[in-house]
Design a protein around this ligand. Structure first.
Ligand SMILES: [Zn+2]
Ligand SMILES: [Zn+2]
Length: 336
């Protein structure tokens, strides 16, 4: 099969390798589409370590089961490939923190390939109303963003720092919940600010700007540590700041007074299957439009470079059905 692998920090290659085989409790999947996440970029850059390279990255897999009783069933595979089910975290609904957890595209081969293998118990059911390309970004940006939103509380004014794949989905969830979105982009990035307003943001501006009102909570999706003090300054006393990324540059020292006032600063790590079920149920009831830029599998490295450079709005998705990436008109929102 065709696949793309990360072999060492900075090294990514398109290869022809044997298709994987499913073991006990696993299913062989024919991959239709796989989202491209900032974590894939962190893995490529060596900022998130790969325990046993080479690895096939990609943890937002939309696929059909290829063999057995359920052949033809469409499923999604997320970052959480497996958790032990026995440790204190797993037994208390926190499988996201399982010390033995394995992650798709880091510990086990992911979806930048024609075929993949997944634990059946960790496959997610996908709402039928969504196409393969449009559902893929929900499987990481959507899920981890949803977890971050859930732990941030139910305040009305929600700040989103970094308006990419996750934020453009979560903005729609926030709006559907009757709350307001305040979108923060790179300073001067008017294209993305316009994109945020188009998705219903009450306000959009640069991350160094103060919003017109105090926020009840802020979710930090961008990997820039300097956004943490900026977000703390923007939230009200008692408000929360949630860091949603797996990697972030160092957070600069900040005065205690911006944390004082019972502000809460925390991270979310990974996700649970419950997060997946909840978001996908919500998506089945409330249409979420994803802005998708499509790339061929052979152009996965280009997709990662474009993500690094901020060359598209929304999310990049590898479409296994296309042979080559069309540069013109590649950025499209699939009709629904
Ligand atoms: Zn466990
Ligand atoms: Zn991800």
């Amino acid at each position: 099969m065709q696949a793309v692998r990360i072999t060492a920090p900075g090294q990514i290659e398109a290869v022809e390798i044997d298709a994987p085989r499913a073991g006990p409790g696993q299913v062989l999947l024919r991959v239709h589409a796989c989202g491209v996440c900032r974590t894939d970029l962190h893995l490529l850059d060596g900022e998130v370590a790969i325990p046993t390279p080479p690895i096939v990255p990609g943890h937002q897999i939309v696929a059909t089961i290829e063999e057995g009783d359920e052949a033809g069933l469409r499923v999604g595979v997320s970052w959480l490939a497996w958790a032990c089910g026995e440790c204190s975290y797993c037994r208390s609904g926190q499988e996201s923190l399982c010390p033995r957890a394995r992650f798709t595209g880091r510990d086990v081969d992911g979806g930048f390939a024609q075929y993949a293998v997944a634990e059946r118990a960790f496959c997610l059911e996908l709402p039928a109303a969504y196409g393969d390309l449009e559902i893929a970004p929900l499987l990481c940006g959507g899920l981890i963003g949803y977890r971050a939103l859930r732990v941030a509380g139910d305040g009305e004014r929600v700040g989103l720092y970094g308006f990419g794949a996750a934020a453009h989905i979560i903005a729609q969830v926030v709006r559907a919940q009757g709350r307001r979105v305040f979108a923060f982009t790179r300073d001067g990035d008017e294209r993305t600010q316009e994109f945020a307003r188009g998705l219903g943001a009450a306000w959009a501006g640069g991350s160094a700007e103060r919003p017109p009102e105090e926020l009840d909570c802020a979710l930090v999706f961008a990997a820039a540590g300097e956004l943490v003090p900026a977000a703390l300054r923007a939230v009200r006393p008692g408000g929360s700041v949630v860091c949603a990324g797996i990697h972030m540059s160092d957070i600069p020292a900040f005065p205690y007074e911006i944390l004082w006032g019972e502000r809460i600063l925390r991270s979310v790590a990974n996700l649970t299957r419950r997060d997946g079920r909840e978001l996908l149920e919500l998506a089945a009831r409330t249409p979420i439009r994803t802005a998708v830029t499509v790339y061929a599998l052979a152009d996965a490295a280009t997709a990662l470079n474009d993500l690094r450079a901020g060359r598209f709005d929304g999310a990049a998705v590898i479409d296994l059905a296309v042979e080559r990436t069309e540069r013109e008109g590649a950025n499209r929102i699939p009709p629904r």
